[in-house]
Design a protein around this ligand. Structure first.
Ligand code: FA5
Length: 299
């Protein structure tokens, strides 16, 4: 029986009472008023409980955060590059930069690669559609920064130039079409091959630590004469090829406005990605670029 109906039934029964009709009627009205007041009071209480529960459920207490949120980090190649800059700065070098989109002149011509020279074939060059065909390219090495430094500054020069390089190489465990090199250039009074060997040995011990040593092996680059490859020996006796180097060719000094009768210099260049592989025991260069956080956060 619904509440409204029940009240109606009681009222009609009261109507039929022989006696005490007003008394019973008043008592009923009072009972109804008391029930209604109790229900209203309980409604207010319930609304307050609901509001408290909701506030509790939505509470956001920032002081309860016990663990610091995970922070990002510099990519292992950036860390390696910064560490190399630190080591060379401690050896008295300054850091120079050059553009990644280069002129054919700075990348090849000024570095003693005449047009059609077979040594150009060693670099699978990516040309840019800008200016006359073949005049603009993505630099294949950091050596054009040597040219830009000599064009703009006077000796004595002690500079390193790290940065991105591009070659049409197929990606494999030790090659990427985009990779990083660091170039070194020294031009001063009476610089010889002996100074180059000394600088490479100083760098090897400073970067890799005691127990590591270096060696030069004869090689060929059109912009250095004599030219060499340099290798680093690990404490376990094994050798790793790092890059190329040599005494700056007099005709390179000359086209860059440096008098080869007065000054001489040496230059070197090596792969930062390969160096990071060696230092951190990375087996495949491609892992550096798949951006798998589980791999990258190890460094
Ligand atoms: C050069 O690029 C010369 N400019 C080096 C140089 C500088 C010689 C100054 C003399 C004086 P090379 O082509 O060998 O040389 O490259 C040097 C290093 O760059 C290699 O030993 C390697 O470590 C790195 N390298 C070259 N190609 C790639 C690639 N596709 N992926 C990753 N690293 C590479």
């Amino acid at each position: 029986m619904a509440g409204g109906n029940a009240l109606g039934v009681i009222r009609s029964l009261i109507g039929k009472l022989e006696r005490d009709k007003p008394l019973v009627g008043r008592a009923l009205s009072e009972a109804v008023a008391q029930i209604k007041a109790a229900a209203d009071a309980r409604s207010v209480e319930l609304a307050e409980i609901m509001r408290r529960d909701l506030l509790e459920a939505e509470r956001l207490d920032l002081t309860e955060l016990h663990e610091a949120p995970p922070l990002g980090r510099l990519h292992v190649i950036t860390q390696t590059q910064q560490r190399l800059e630190d080591v060379f700065c401690a050896m008295g070098y300054t850091v120079a930069e050059g553009p990644e989109i280069e002129t054919e002149w700075h990348n090849f011509g000024a570095l003693n690669f005449p047009p059609g020279h077979p040594a150009r074939d060693m670099y699978d060059t990516l040309y840019v559609d800008h200016g006359p065909p073949g005049s603009t390219l993505l630099r294949t090495h950091t050596s054009p920064v040597q040219v830009r430094v000599m064009e703009n500054q006077s000796p004595p020069l002690y500079v390193v130039a790290p940065g991105r390089c591009y070659r049409q190489d197929t990606a494999d465990a030790t090659h990427m079409p985009v990779f990083h090199q660091i170039e070194g250039l020294v031009v001063d009074d009476g610089i010889t091959l002996g100074d180059l060997a000394g600088a490479i040995e100083t760098f090897t011990t400073a970067y890799f630590g005691p127990g590591f040593t270096s060696r030069l092996r004869p090689s060929y680059f059109p912009f250095t004469e004599p030219s060499a490859e340099f290798d680093v020996q690990r404490p376990d006796g094994t050798w790793l090829e790092l890059g190329g180097c040599g005494v700056v060719h007099p005709s390179v000094l000359e086209v860059c406005g440096v008098d080869p009768e007065r000054w001489s210099g040496f230059a070197f260049g090596f792969g930062i990605d390969r160096l990071a592989m060696l230092r951190y025991g990375i087996g495949d260069l491609r892992d550096l670029w798949t951006n798998d956080v589980r791999f990258l956060e190890q460094f």
